[in-house]
Design a protein around this ligand. Structure first.
Ligand code: BMA
Length: 321
């Protein structure tokens, strides 16, 4: 066993996994989640797979409902969550219906008073980036498709940079090519251009692919939690790391972790619907406590919470750059 196994910067909560399918009767998986704060509560947008009579429902199953839907789970203490009883996004009957029958891996970014949600649209073609918005997490409105396939992870910055909206994403990931990360700009969140290369895979544990989450502002730079995938003969292993980008020019990398900060080492991360996965769709910064909370998907089955000092992660990015 490598020494680094006991040495991951993110520390797991003692009650992990804090969200499991047993919390929702009929659920087979309650996993990868967008995350944010709303009215003092922690809000997670949790991907849910349902099972009925031993079969997954929806596409490929028995056509009842979506194969993966996304529900709000909310909490006052950030550890004990309650699920709402309806999916947040049901876009049947809208112009985006054919792209939104399966909604998972949501990325949430608050810009001014609106929460923007991006997720991979799917429907018989490669994943495309779908943008929706909400102000209250009761209802959400579809806005449009902002990235052509294959691009499942456009992540919005929480404020304009030099007068324009900005995003980081990973276009072009296919079985034969890992896809690189890029930064793009927009006047209105719908039309994107002025694309700039950011980075290719840079360590062994991101060799198969890597993907971003919505950037978090720190005084040193934009902190971006990333997932990295490596594929030994036993199959994909998903781990987490981080990048630090210049505040004024986010195409400039000023820090990055060469070590991973979380890897699947616990039984609930190693075993599940997909083996060996810790996967983050975002993180929450508690600036007043110098704390970063990461609610991460475990083996595509449940959700864990891991935390570290925000300043420690920023320092690690700069030291290991
Ligand atoms: C990625 C996404 C995630 C999933 C991961 C591991 O490509 O599909 O939703 O957690 O694979 O299966």
């Amino acid at each position: 066993m490598k020494a680094v196994r006991g040495d991951q910067l993110l520390k797991r909560h003692a009650e992990n996994p804090i969200i499991t399918p047993s919390m929702l009767p009929g659920a087979d998986a309650t996993f990868n989640c967008g995350q944010t704060m709303y009215n003092g509560k922690t809000i997670l947008l949790v991907a849910i797979d349902w099972v009925k009579g031993g079969r997954l429902t929806g596409e490929g199953g028995n056509d009842e409902g979506a194969s993966t839907e996304t529900r709000v789970a909310e909490s006052d203490d950030g550890v004990h969550f309650t699920f709402r009883d309806k999916p947040l996004m049901d876009f049947r009957g809208t112009c985006l219906e054919r792209y939104t029958r399966r909604i998972l891996d949501t990325r949430v970014t608050k810009i001014d008073d609106t929460y923007y949600i991006v997720f991979p649209g799917q429907g018989g073609f490669g994943p495309c980036g779908v943008l929706a918005r909400t102000k209250d997490f009761e209802t959400a409105e579809p806005m449009g498709i902002i990235a052509l396939p294959p691009n499942r992870v456009p992540c919005l910055f929480p404020e304009k940079i030099r007068g324009r909206y900005a995003r980081i994403d990973r276009p072009g990931h296919t079985p034969s090519g890992p896809g690189d990360m890029w930064v793009s700009y927009s006047p209105d969140l719908l039309y994107w251009g002025d694309h700039r290369f950011l980075t290719s895979s840079y360590v062994r544990w991101t060799r198969t692919k890597m993907g971003p989450t919505p950037p978090i502002k720190t005084k040193e730079g934009w902190l971006v939690i990333i997932h990295g995938v490596q594929t030994p003969c036993s199959g994909n292993v998903y781990r987490l790391g981080a990048l630090l980008l210049d505040l004024e020019d986010p195409t400039r990398i000023i820090g990055r972790t060469r070590s991973w900060i979380l890897a699947p080492t616990e039984p609930y991360e190693i075993l599940g619907n997909v083996l060996n996965v810790v996967f983050a769709c975002g993180a929450i910064a508690d600036y007043d406590q110098d704390r970063l909370r990461v609610y991460y998907g475990c083996a595509d089955t449940s959700i864990g919470l891991a935390t570290c000092r925000l300043s420690d992660l920023v320092a690690m990015c700069i030291e290991e750059a």
